[in-house]
Design a protein around this ligand. Structure first.
Ligand SMILES: Nc1nc2c(c(=O)[nH]1)N[C@H]1C(S)=C(S)[C@@H](COP(=O)(O)OP(=O)(O)OC[C@H]3O[C@@H](n4cnc5c(=O)[nH]c(N)nc54)[C@H](O)[C@@H]3O)O[C@H]1N2
Ligand SMILES: Nc1nc2c(c(=O)[nH]1)N[C@H]1C(S)=C(S)[C@@H](COP(=O)(O)OP(=O)(O)OC[C@H]3O[C@@H](n4cnc5c(=O)[nH]c(N)nc54)[C@H](O)[C@@H]3O)O[C@H]1N2
Ligand SMILES: [Mo]
Length: 820
């Protein structure tokens, strides 16, 4: 996960303050008593998670009830699944080792991975195995042998950040000899192209705030975005303040448009105008609107002149002078299936008043995904409203409550990767790459030593032989499952640390049971953007079965690698938490904020910070608009780059130097499309990816015990499929079962199968096996977006669906493997 996502304080800044943290010794002894650290066996504990802050009710040492925190204006219905996940049948109880690995050693019978034959071992035995394997692989293959780029939605909390803890242990114990990853699955394409275009990451930055949007925006466009659904969760602890503003906007009665192949929760909430675009064609639609603006003379030539670079190089493409194809409304209509007249009226509407183009991220999680947000910025530039209150574009209104005004709050540091031992990639020059783009992991395994391109650089894939995964579920999040299963066999050793028997754990050699975040103490912000409070994430219950904290597991591994002290720095859990808090307190005091001392904070459980009037008026790019010379953007020209000379220099055939409509490898009704239905693998309304899929929540959405698949009535009728039928969804890459929901909510030609359904192969470990539950990534392609960003293409892919008439295989994935 990119550090940019958290409220990141660099290692250097953190070290500067170490002397102040020295005062830690003065912690009051009462705080260190476990009784004070969390509720007694009975009572109520305030804590938090990606789903928000809540009070957990504990009876006789068991967690029995959840009440949302009073400061949460719109608690997520998923909270009840959070509690259930702790006690679910899929909980990993003990350290387990795959039998062949245990008996015959690393690399034994790798084709049996996923078949579920595990043996219980003691913690000591498991940790010895892990440490010895790390040493052996490092010694045999050098620093490129260990892959620790482990990605995913580890739990909230500044201390128990299992991915940082993993890398910290390897930094101090293996001297940094491991391969890491860069980027993420969420915004890989956008976060690489946007710095070329806007000079910033854009996707994880504050938006023009909601109070300004409510007051000034006339037309609010959600372009492939479903903020009502996706703001339920946050990277830190969700504040849910967006929901208050969505209601306020709705109350104004102003126009909302949803451009989406699915009639979203957001479209329903606003009773919005729904434009059911053909998926994967948004760049074409944007070009059609842009062309109309230009030929009708409605574009803002002054804005383009003063604030952007390269419109003159883009214009010949828009007008068709370079390729003989004007990107007219008629041209676009043919591709995106939005009528030309409607495209033209959008161009009019967008110029009539203030228009906010709020885009989600699915449209960049697609082949050539770099183009869509680049074109969105170009369109917003032609409208000339960037930097005006309520106008322009936004790439984070749907995520972690972006656009909620930021409080005057200090920022918590967190546990670091522990770079004190090495500067990560010292070995890079003569070996492979020390970092791979995160979603290239399967390509890395398939092609060690092979070249890959990334954002102007060329490097070699390292020869990884051991993978260590914590806080992520690649057998849910990565595309093209069957290809992945084969690539995984190149690994001699796979270690997985989780609290659920995920598909990834089932494909491991060594499985270590971690605690959930409710079995330990931590500290976190409430509100990624609003920073509205700092929360004591107090322990609710004692660890279940033999689960241990990631921190303690990695401290023990660091010890076996010879360096426990460098890992723990001699601090206990509460000492770490207090050290982070003290750092924030110091920052706050330097800026005259009112920050309670640690003892009162911990006792209270939460410290809320005020939001200034100024914060409620923040306009993104307002400064730039006001003074482009004194407040230039971070691009080479200091302006919005509609044309990028840097990208031109890279000379990539799959990412030209200005936004361009490029045919993806496959799309609905596209040239040579082999299958008739597009797979919309958007994010689930009732869980977070694969998390909570194993809980009671599933009862509310599963159809015939399987993952739901939403099918348009026309497509269902053509195939004789009825509501509630079990269907087989298939293409050349894989096949899954799902339960049919027939609904007009999805446009014809598009089926929706949410990402995160647990992979349940009928023949575990065998590539191509039928998946009994419905993991959509059995069907999606594993290629990168382009040489520029190498992002995943989870939202690309075609399939077909048929009524399943065979013998129904049982869904078994929500129980632990036999004997575990
Ligand atoms: N087709 C398709 N694929 C997609 C997407 C899509 O839209 N379409 N979306 C992509 C996106 S944006 C993302 S972010 C990824 C999500 O992919 P992931 O983040 O990998 O998905 P999660 O299900 O959240 O997996 C997190 C895992 O971490 C474990 N975990 C949580 N807390 C802890 C902890 O404290 N310690 C340990 N040891 N483990 C912990 C959980 O039990 C869970 O198994 O999926 C991507 N894949
Ligand atoms: N409830 C819930 N909330 C979440 C998450 C979750 O798992 N569950 N995950 C979180 C994470 S990690 C992330 S990265 C974000 C993801 O945020 P997004 O990537 O924005 O979420 P998605 O649901 O994948 O897609 C948003 C919308 O795009 C639409 N869409 C799909 N393809 C196309 C297309 O080609 N064109 C257009 N115009 N629209 C299209 C989908 O139908 C959907 O309504 O959400 C976060 N919030
Ligand atoms: Mo994501």
């Amino acid at each position: 996960m990119s550090s940019s996502r958290s409220n990141h304080i660099s290692r250097r800044d953190f070290l500067k303050s170490v002397s102040a943290i020295g005062a830690l010794g003065a912690i009051s002894p009462s705080l260190l008593m476990s009784g004070a650290a969390y509720a007694a066996a009975n009572g109520e504990v305030l804590t938090g998670s990606h789903w928000g802050a809540f009070r957990a009710e504990v009876k006789d040492g068991r967690w029995v009830g959840v009440k949302p925190w009073e400061g949460d204006p719109h608690p997520s219905h998923q909270l009840k699944g959070v509690m259930d996940s702790v006690y679910s049948a899929s909980r990993i109880k003990y350290p387990m080792v795959r039998r062949a690995f245990l008996e015959k050693g690393p690399g034994a019978a790798v084709e049996e991975r996923g078949a579920g034959d595990f043996v219980r071992v003691s913690w000591d035995k498991a940790l010895d195995l892990v440490a010895n394997e790390l040493k052996r692989v490092n010694k045999t293959y050098g620093p490129e042998g260990v892959y620790a780029g482990s990605y995913g939605w580890k739990s909230s909390g500044k201390l128990h950040n299992c991915q940082s803890l993993l890398r910290r242990a390897l930094n101090v114990g293996l001297n940094g000899g491991f391969v890491n990853s860069t980027g993420d699955y969420s915004t890989a394409a956008s976060q690489v192209i946007m710095p070329h275009v806007m000079g910033t990451l854009e996707v994880y930055e504050q938006q023009t705030v909601w109070p300004v949007v409510v007051e000034h925006t006339d037309t609010l466009v959600f372009w492939g975005a479903d903020p009502v659904k996706t703001n339920q969760i946050s990277w830190t602890v969700a504040d849910h303040d967006t929901y208050t503003y969505l209601q306020e906007f709705k109350d104004t009665g102003k126009k909302v448009i949803c451009i989406d192949p699915f009639k979203t929760e957001t479209a329903k909430f606003f009773n919005a105008e729904w434009i059911p675009i053909r998926p994967h064609t948004d760049t074409a639609l944007m070009l059609g609107v842009a062309h109309t603006l230009y030929v009708e003379g409605k574009h803002d030539a002054d804005f383009l002149d003063e604030y952007t670079f390269g419109f003159d190089k883009f214009l010949p493409y828009l007008m068709g002078e370079t390729d003989g194809t004007p990107k007219s409304a008629e041209w676009a209509a043919n591709i995106c299936e939005v009528p030309a007249e409607q495209i033209k009226s959008l161009a009019n509407l967008f110029t009539e008043g203030r228009t906010m183009l709020a885009s989600g991220w699915s449209i960049q999680r697609q082949h050539h995904g770099e183009q869509s947000h680049w074109m969105l910025v170009t369109l917003a530039s032609m409208l000339g409203q960037i930097g005006l209150p309520g106008g322009g574009f936004g790439l984070s209104y749907h995520y972690s409550c972006g656009g909620c005004p930021s409080a005057t709050s200090p920022i918590l540091p967190g546990i670091t990767d522990g770079g004190q031992a090495v500067e990560g990639a010292a070995w890079l020059s003569n070996a492979g790459a020390a970092n791979i783009p995160v979603s290239r992991v399967v390509e890395m395994l398939e092609n060690p030593g092979g070249d890959f391109d990334f954002n102007g650089k060329r490097a070699k894939y390292p020869n990884a032989k051991l993978a260590y995964w914590v806080g992520g579920n690649p057998f849910a999040h990565h595309q093209d499952r069957n290809r992945m299963i084969k690539a995984w066999q190149k690994l001699e050793t796979v270690v997985v640390q989780d609290f659920q028997w995920t598909a990834t754990a089932r494909f491991a050699d060594i499985v270590l049971p971690a605690t959930s975040s409710y079995e330990r103490n931590d500290i976190e912000h409430i509100g990624d953007y609003s920073l509205k409070a700092i929360l004591a994430m107090k322990k609710v219950i004692d660890p279940v079965f033999e689960a241990r904290n990631d921190y303690d597991i990695f401290a023990d591994i660091a010890e076996r690698l010879g360096n426990r002290e460098a890992f723990t720095e001699g601090k206990s859990e509460l000492e770490w938490i207090q050290s982070f808090y003290s750092e924030a307190e110091k920052q706050g005091q330097a800026q005259q904020m009112d920050v309670p001392d640690f003892e009162s904070f911990w006792k209270e459980g939460v410290a809320v910070f005020p939001i200034s009037d100024e914060a409620k008026q923040f306009v993104r790019y307002g400064d730039y608009r006001e003074d482009p010379l004194l407040e230039p953007l971070g691009t080479p020209t200091g302006k919005i780059e509609i044309y990028s000379k840097n990208i031109e220099k890279m000379n990539y055939d799959d990412c030209p130097p200005h936004p361009t409509w490029m045919e993806p490898i496959e799309r609905l009704n596209g040239p040579g499309a082999k299958y008739p239905l597009h797979i919309n693998s958007s994010h689930p309304n009732d869980r977070l990816h694969s998390q909570l899929c194993g809980t009671v929540l599933r009862e509310s959405y599963a159809v015939a015990g399987r993952e739901p698949c939403v099918i348009n009535p026309q497509d269902a009728a053509a195939r004789g499929i009825k509501d509630g039928d079990v269907v087989r969804v298939f293409n050349d890459r894989g096949q899954v079962l799902a339960g049919a929901i027939i609904s007009e909510d999805t446009r014809p030609g598009v089926i929706r199968l949410y990402e995160g359904g647990w992979y349940n192969p009928v023949e575990g470990g065998k590539p191509g096996s039928l998946d009994a539950y419905g993991d959509v990534n059995c069907l999606t392609p594993g290629l990168g977006t382009s040489k520029l960003a190498q992002g995943n293409c989870g939202h690309t892919g075609l399939a077909d669906v048929e009524k399943f008439t065979g013998t129904l295989p049982e869904v078994t994935v929500f129980d632990a493997p036999k004997g575990a």
